[in-house]
Structures are given as structure tokens and as C-alpha cells.
Design a protein around this ligand. Structure first.
Ligand SMILES: NC(=O)c1ccc[n+]([C@@H]2O[C@H](COP(=O)([O-])OP(=O)(O)OC[C@H]3O[C@@H](n4cnc5c(N)ncnc54)[C@H](OP(=O)(O)O)[C@@H]3O)[C@@H](O)[C@H]2O)c1
Length: 326
């Protein structure tokens, strides 16, 4: 059976991860309602029924309400805690209250530890399986981050540590001080966000000089057993149902048609084709899916049975990037 880098730490981790960002009212709610908790329970059940046992949170999702909804759902089924893997993130700060704007990043020891305490309270759990640093803080002091990680590890409040939206050099900087390993990196990767691939074929290509992805990040993760996780994996439906909103865009129209046709050929769902495109890459990424629609989660889980040919993979890549290969 194919194993993922993360199986070194979590032998039973599922390759699909449920993204909890929309729980608790999808940023719009002022307070937790019974309906939010019921929805979280329903999504937890649907995920487990479909073999998904990892759940992706952040302290900021819904300004805390996403974690709170999940925590309430877990309270009535506490036997589930040992069976599931919960990851959360910290390091992004909003202005006081329910402001929409991010005001700053904060990797100070005090903020990291306080954020974890708050997440644990909301999630109704004693520990996080993995804590992610959400976005790189230009003011980060690696020794301070290391000290926060080590204190959280010693106290048992966090079992493993990871990063998000970081390049290889930033990971190396953290790792140079931390005695605990960085085990994962979560970045946006999908048919709509192809910088992670375009960077790899950009050598000597003047036209691609501005690709917004740092060289060597994928290779560094592969060489160092760091689990890559994709966010935005479904491209928010751009090629699997929402393309009608942008029918005039030829690239989107053609790529959606290709996704539909491959779904028919492989006798699977459009969502499974989007995810199979990501899974076909030898870095062996995990994919976070953020749907609140139970049938879409089932459609995603069909990816387990799809193994795209290299030819089909390239057809999707070239069509979605809207430009011939160099
Ligand atoms: N590390 C980071 O910086 C970062 C940033 C953003 C997100 N994340 C994580 O990644 C997860 C997923 O992110 P995401 O929600 O941006 O990406 P996504 O999984 O690509 O998209 C999910 C969204 O797209 C909609 N969608 C998908 N297929 C659709 C279709 N055919 N028709 C209409 N709508 C469709 C879903 O609506 P339905 O609910 O109706 O299915 C949902 O709102 C989040 O929950 C979070 O855990 C991490």
C-alpha cells in the first residue's frame, strides 16, 4: 500500500483532510447556534463514513466559531477523540473583535502559546495532534518559535508541529533552532493554483520569471519527509460546477469540459478528477477539502479509486495553465 510522509507520525492518517473553515457560520455568525453544532456533527459523521479522519482548523476560522462548533460536536462523542487527528493553526491576528481585516502576523512565544490554549478550550480537547504556523511572520525569531514549540510539546498540549504557506528556506530557519521536527507544510495547490508546478519547469524561461512560488520547496519537503498538504484543492468548484459563472473564459470552459470527460472515462466524479490530479504528483500530498455539502464529500472520496495516466495528467495541467509547455 502507498504510504505518505505523515504516516511516520500518524500511520492511519487519511489522505483526504476535512477543512473546517466554513463551520460555525462561515465567518458570518456572531455566536454559535444549535444549527452550527448540528452541521459540525453531520460533517464529522460524513467524513468518518467516507474514511476521512483528519480535520483542519485554524484559531481564526469564523473568528473561533469553527473550532467551537467542532468542539461542541466532539463533546457528545468524546470516544472519537483518539480516533481522529486534529490540526489547527495560529499566527494570524485580526484587530480586536470581528474585523475582517488581518492586521498582523505574530510568532511570538506568548501569542503561540495563548493561541493554542484558546484552541484547546474551543475544541474541547487536551491536545492538538499538529500545530501549524499559519503564514510566515517576517518578524519571527526562530529561537522564540522553538521555545514555544518545546514548551507545548513538553506540556503534552501539542504533539507535532508544522507550517503553512512557507518556503523551504523559512522551514530551514525554524528547524535550525527547533529540536522538534516540522512535519508538514500546507500551501495552496490545485488546478486553479499551479505555481507549485510552473516553478518546477521554469528554468531558463524568461516568460515565467515571475512565478509566485519559491524554487526548491517541493524538493526540500520530499528530501526531508515533510508532508505537503494542499488547500483550495477543489479550486472552489471553478472546474467542477461553478464554471458557469465564468463561461466566457475559454481556459476555464475547456478545462471544465476536460474534467467532465475524464470523470466519465474513469467512471468517477469531477471532484475525484481534481483531487486525482493532485495525488498523481510523486510528492504524495494530502489534500484538504472544504465543502459543507455532504454529497460533495462523498464525491471527493471517490479519488481513492482513481489513478490518472501521465497523459491525462498532462492534458489537465496544460489546459488549466492555458499555455503550452515550454
Ligand atoms: N493554510 C491556509 O492558508 C488555508 C487557506 C484557506 C483554506 N485553508 C483550508 O483549506 C480548506 C479548503 O479551502 P477552500 O474552501 O478555500 O477550498 P476548496 O476546498 O477548494 O473549496 C471549497 C469551497 O468551494 C465550494 N465548491 C466546491 N465545489 C463546488 C461546486 N462544484 N459548485 C459550487 N461550489 C463548490 C464549496 O462549496 P460547498 O460547501 O457548497 O461544497 C466550498 O465553499 C479550508 O476549509 C481550510 O481548512 C487553508
Amino acid at each position: 500500500m502507498q504510504t505518505l510522509p505523515i504516516h511516520e507520525y500518524f500511520p492511519h492518517a487519511s489522505r483526504l483532510i476535512y477543512g473546517c473553515m466554513a463551520l460555525g457560520g462561515n465567518w458570518q455568525a456572531d455566536a454559535l447556534s444549535k444549527a452550527h453544532v448540528e452541521e459540525a456533527k453531520q460533517m464529522l459523521d460524513v467524513c468518518l463514513d467516507n474514511g476521512i479522519n483528519m480535520f483542519d482548523h485554524a484559531d481564526i476560522y469564523g473568528h473561533g466559531l469553527a473550532e467551537a462548533a467542532f468542539g461542541e460536536a466532539l463533546k457528545s462523542q468524546s470516544h472519537l477523540r483518539e480516533k481522529i487527528i486534529i490540526q489547527s493553526k495560529c499566527g494570524i491576528r485580526f484587530a480586536d473583535g470581528k474585523q475582517q481585516a488581518v492586521t498582523r502576523y505574530d510568532f511570538s512565544k506568548e501569542w503561540i502559546i495563548q493561541s493554542v490554549e484558546n484552541s484547546l478550550t474551543r475544541l474541547n480537547t487536551d491536545y492538538l495532534d499538529i500545530l501549524f504556523l499559519h503564514r510566515p511572520d517576517p518578524l519571527m525569531q526562530p529561537d522564540e518559535v522553538a521555545s514555544a514549540f518545546e514548551q507545548l510539546k513538553r506540556s503534552g498540549k501539542v504533539r507535532n508541529f508544522a507550517v503553512s504557506n512557507m518556503n523551504a528556506h523559512q522551514i530551514q530557519l525554524i528547524q535550525s533552532e527547533a529540536s522538534v521536527p516540522v512535519i508538514a507544510n500546507q500551501i495552496e495547490m490545485s488546478l486553479a493554483q499551479l505555481n507549485w508546478l510552473n516553478e518546477g519547469i521554469s528554468a531558463n524561461q524568461n516568460t515565467m520569471a515571475s512565478v509566485g512560488f519559491n524554487a526548491g520547496t517541493i524538493e526540500h519537503s520530499r528530501l526531508n519527509n515533510i508532508q505537503m498538504q494542499s488547500w483550495g484543492s477543489l479550486a472552489q468548484g471553478l472546474f467542477s460546477g461553478r464554471e458557469k459563472l465564468d463561461e466566457s473564459n475559454e481556459r476555464i470552459r475547456q478545462t471544465s469540459a476536460l474534467v467532465r470527460s475524464l470523470a466519465a472515462d474513469y467512471q468517477t466524479s469531477a471532484e475525484a478528477i481534481l483531487l486525482a490530479f493532485l495525488w498523481r504528483h510523486p510528492m504524495k500530498m494530502q489534500t484538504v477539502v472544504g465543502s459543507s455539502n455532504t454529497s460533495r464529500i462523498a464525491a471527493c472520496s471517490l479519488v481513492e479509486a482513481v489513478s490518472l495516466s501521465a497523459e491525462h495528467w498532462y492534458q489537465l495541467y496544460v489546459s488549466a495553465r492555458g499555455e503550452a509547455l515550454p
